[in-house]
Ligand binder design. Structure first.
Ligand code: NAD
Ligand code: ZN
Length: 360
């Protein structure tokens, strides 16, 4: 084992923890894993900051069919410094003192069929940050040297944090959307955490963007980020007709649906053009996709479930953000503010992202 020089690790830390699903999130003392308990391949991170994703709220509520562990320390888009590495760790791509990112895929086996094909998120033995293992709402976190994402020097930790889930997820969804420059991409949820980054990655890739969300603040944000057109779902009574009008009557080439409610999905098959792609990203709790089978076939529509991304996707998404082409719009708060953040998120009040600083 090795530990960063001049650092004394405390025995306890502050974490944001949910005792049982649906219970309020609380700040509590929690043990810090002792360095001699780290397994080969594991590292200990001193956390700097973490984004808050709508997935963390789904997890705290326990509203998905697959349940998280409890007590639950959530969070899965954070940045920290490696302060210790487990004994007998071999071929580590990162070293003590490196600034690295933690994403939803905390670790995977890298040896099964899905991992070999690059689908690390579908690994049989995948560990999920803030869901099946402790997450980033903590001062110190055990992670894995082969799974962390190195953060380049030219991006600050707060700007990088949400790229590790929100950015990476929408970047990959766009990558697999089989669109080409000039194509029309509809983004329901465009003013939210994932959506506002999707607008930017889509523009970076030369797509034309129809942003859909609700309210003036999100309208302003989407236009500032380069959206070509805006539709307010709280006011527009004919979203399909409006999208057809904006796309010369044909409909959009793809939809990247990033809403946490099923309403963002309902009309997508109707507003996509022939051979269009519905990239399903948002994860409403108990909804089913109510798509017309006839028109899905007749229009040769593809429905693609797009689930986060692998290590390479993460590095690409971070690298584009570090180049300055994509910038997370965040409000910086503290870990102790998390309960209020969840309240605002549930009401759809947050434009862009909330990033929490982890005071040490
Ligand atoms: P968010 O709350 O920041 O954003 C959701 C946005 O959707 C809000 O701005 C809201 O106003 C908007 N919205 C709600 N109903 C709408 C409608 N009918 N039309 C248009 N916009 C609408 O949430 P987020 O953190 O961006 O996460 C969004 C969803 O994506 C969550 O369900 C989350 O769990 C999921 N997610 C999926 C993946 C994946 O791998 N597929 C990864 C991360 C998050
Ligand atoms: Zn997330």
């Amino acid at each position: 084992m090795s530990t960063l020089a001049n650092i004394t690790l405390p025995e306890t830390q502050k974490v944001a923890i949910v005792a049982s699903l649906g219970a309020p999130v609380q700040i509590k003392d929690h043990p810090v894993t002792a360095v001699d308990k780290l397994l080969p391949g594991q590292c200990l991170l001193k956390m700097v900051c973490t984004g808050v994703c709508h997935t963390d709220l789904h997890a705290a509520m326990g509203d998905w069919p697959v349940k998280p562990i409890t007590p639950l320390i959530g969070g899965h888009e954070g940045v920290g410094i490696i302060v210790a590495i487990g004994a007998n760790t071999t071929n580590s791509p990162v070293k003590l003192g490196d600034r690295v990112g933690v994403k939803w895929i905390a670790n995977s086996c890298y040896n099964c069929e899905q991992c070999r094909k690059g689908y690390e998120q579908n690994c049989d033995n995948v560990k999920l940050s803030g869901y099946t293992v402790d997450g980033t709402f903590s001062q110190y976190l055990v992670s894995w040297v082969h799974s962390v994402t190195p953060i380049p020097e030219n991006i600050d930790s707060e700007s990088a944090a949400s790229i590790l889930c929100a950015g990476l997820t929408v970047y990959r969804a766009l990558k697999y959307s089989e669109t080409t420059p000039g194509d029309w991409v509809v983004i329901p949820g465009a003013g939210g955490g994932l959506g506002h980054l999707a607008v930017q990655y889509a523009k970076y890739m030369g797509r034309r963007v129809i942003a859909i969300d609700g309210g003036e603040e999100k309208h302003k944000l989407c236009m500032e980020l380069g959206a070509d057109r805006w539709i307010d779902f709280t006011k527009c009574h004919d979203i399909v007709g409006e999208i057809k009008k904006l796309t010369d009557g044909y409909g959009a080439h793809a939809a990247i649906v990033t809403t946490a409610s099923s309403s963002g999905y309902t009309q997508a098959i109707d507003y996509l053009r022939d051979n269009g792609r519905l990239m399903a990203v948002g994860l409403p709790a108990k909804a089913t996709l109510d798509a017309s089978i006839f028109f899905t076939v007749f229009k040769s529509i593809t429905i693609h479930g797009s689930y986060v991304g692998n290590r390479q996707d993460a590095m690409e998404a971070v690298s584009i953000a570090a180049s300055g082409a994509v910038k997370c719009r965040y409000q910086l708060k503290k870990l102790v503010d998390i309960e209020k953040v969840y309240e605002d998120m549930a009401k759809g009040k947050i434009a862009g992202r909330i990033v929490l600083s982890i005071d040490q």
